[in-house]
Design a protein around this ligand. Sequence first.
Ligand SMILES: NC(=O)c1ccc[n+]([C@@H]2O[C@H](COP(=O)([O-])OP(=O)(O)OC[C@H]3O[C@@H](n4cnc5c(N)ncnc54)[C@H](O)[C@@H]3O)[C@@H](O)[C@H]2O)c1
Length: 438
Amino acid sequence: MKKITVIGTGYVGLVSGSGLADFGNYVTCVDMNGKRIKSLSSGHIPFFEPGLTEIVERNMAADRLYFSTDVIGAILEADVIFIAVWTPMDSDGSADLSAIKDVSKTIGENIKSYTLIATKSTVPIGTGEIINSIISEHAPQSTIFDVVSNPEFLREGSAVRDFLFPDRVIIGTDSDQAIEIMREIYRPLFLNETPFIFTDIPTAETIKYASNAFLAVKVSYINELANLCDATGADIHVVARAMGLDGRISPKFLHPGPGFGGSCFPKDTRALIHSAETEGVELKVVKAAADANEVQIDVIIKKLEQLTGNSLNDERVAVLGLAFKANTDDIRESRAVVMVDYLLSREAEVAVYDPAAMSNMKQLYPDLDYAESVESAVRGASAVLVMTDWNEFRGMDLAHIGELMDKKVIVDAKNLLSREQLAENGFAFEGVGRPYNG
Ligand SMILES: NC(=O)c1ccc[n+]([C@@H]2O[C@H](COP(=O)([O-])OP(=O)(O)OC[C@H]3O[C@@H](n4cnc5c(N)ncnc54)[C@H](O)[C@@H]3O)[C@@H](O)[C@H]2O)c1
C-alpha cells in the first residue's frame, strides 16, 4: 500500500485524504493551519459535511489516517503527494496560484527519491507544467518525479459519497509509471468499474473547468428562463421537468434560484474566462453565464422591494439559509451573504437562521440577530427570505410562521414552499419563475 501525503486539509483535502485511506492507503493530511490539524488530531471535524466524521474516525482507528503540520516530514516519507490547497480568485478573475507554487517549491526542496505529485486543486490549464518546472528547479538533479493532474469533482454536502463512488476519475499524465501508481491507489474503484479517463495533463485540467463551467451555464440558463416565466406567467418547474425528460438535457441543475455561489462555480468560471483570454479565445457563453449570475440576486431583491413597498429601514427581515446550498456550512460566495449585505445597506434589522452555517457567518458578521430556530428568526419579521434549499425549510408550518410574523411576506428564492399553502395562509409571496394566479 502506498504512503500518501495530502497537502491542504480543507473540504477537498480532508475528504480525499480520508477516502484514500478508506481505499487502504496510508495517508497523512497536512495543513499550515495548526488549529485545524490540532482539532482533527483529537477527532474534531472542522466543518459540516455529512458522513465525514465516520470515515475520518474509521480510518484513524485503523491507523491509516494521520494529521500533521509537519509538511516537510510528510513530504519526505510520501510515495505520492496530493496537492489540495486553495486556489482562490485573484482580483483580475484569474486563479491565485501562490499556494500551489509555495507547495511545489517545498516539495522540490525536500523530495529525495521517486515521488508522484498529483494535483487535486482546481487549477488553470498549464499549471501542471508550472508545478513541474518549480519542482525541477528546486529538486536535486538526480531526483525523479512525475506530475499528475487528478481533478476532484466532489460536491460539498455529498462529498464523501462523491469521493467513494465518483462518476469518473480523471488521470492526466504522460508517465506509465504514474498511471500504474494511480491505478493502485484507486484500486477499489477499478474493481467496481468506475470509468477512468487517462489523458495528458492539459486535457485533465481542461475537463475540470469545462465541467464546472457547463453546470454554471445550465444554472444561469434556467434562471434566465425563470425570469422570462415571471414575465409571461408560465411555470418554470413544469418547463424544467419537461426539458429534463429529454435525455440530451437531463433534469439535473435545472433548479431556478438566486444564482450560484460556493467556492467553485463563481471562481472557476472567471478563471476559465481569464485563461481563455490569455490564449486569445473568447468564451462568450461562459462569460454570459457568469454575468447573468451576478445580476440574478437583483431579481430577488426587486421582488422583496415590490412586496414590502421598498421600506426596509428598521424593519425586521428574516433570512432563512446562509450556506450556499443545503447540507454544508460553507458560505463562500453564498447569495444569502449578498442578500444580507443588501439588507444591511437598507438599514433593515437582519435576523438569520441556518442549520449549519451560523458559526461561519458569525465570524464575518458578528452583529446580526442569530436565531436558534426558524420560529425565533421570523418572530416579529416584516418579511422572510428563503435563500438555501435546506429540507427543514420545505416542511415549515406556514400557518404558525404567519402567526409569528408582523407582516406576512415571503420571498422564496429557492421555490421550496407550496404556493397554494402560502396563498391559503394569507401570505404575499414571490418565488422564482412561478407566478401564482391562484
Ligand atoms: N470545495 C469544493 O467543493 C471543491 C470541489 C472540487 C475542487 N475544489 C478545489 O479544491 C481546492 C481546495 O478547495 P477546498 O474547498 O478544499 O479549500 P479549503 O479552503 O477548504 O481548504 C484549503 C486548505 O489548504 C490549506 N493551505 C493553503 N495553503 C497552504 C500551504 N501553502 N500549505 C499547507 N496548507 C495550505 C488551507 O489552510 C486550507 O485548510 C481548490 O482549488 C478548489 O477549487 C473544491
